[in-house]
Design a protein around this ligand. Structure first.
Ligand SMILES: [Zn+2]
Length: 115
């Protein structure tokens, strides 16, 4: 499952960061998962519960932000709300637009506990 491998890589990243910061536990973690990141949220929550069991994140509070999809036209510079990575510009019809948000998949912030 794609989502489980995402969760495992988050656990991995957090473990490394915890080592660096010499923290004992992680109180909360905040993730950005863009609307067109390709992550299926039901599957993600399911994978989260399974994946963090017996890890540093087992009792960590999870917060998820869903940045909306936005694109910018490479021809006319118009910015617009996108529904996929392949939307054409609604102003000029140019099919080559840059996605400027909505594909995020990252740890935005985590709060650690140190004794
Ligand atoms: Zn355009």
């Amino acid at each position: 499952m794609h989502e489980l491998s995402i969760v495992m890589s988050i656990v991995d990243t957090v473990e490394k960061e915890r080592g660096k910061q010499q923290a004992d536990a992680v109180e909360s973690i905040e993730l950005d998962i863009g609307m067109i990141s390709g992550v299926e949220m039901d599957a993600f929550y399911f994978a989260w519960d399974a994946g963090v069991s017996k890890t540093i994140l087992e009792n960590t509070k999870l917060k998820i932000n869903r940045p909306p999809a936005k694109a910018k036209c490479t021809a006319c510079g118009h910015s617009f709300a996108a529904t996929s990575s392949f939307d054409a510009c609604p102003e000029c019809g140019n099919p080559f637009c840059d996605i400027i948000s909505g594909k995020e998949l990252r740890i935005k912030r985590m709060i650690v506990i140190k004794n």
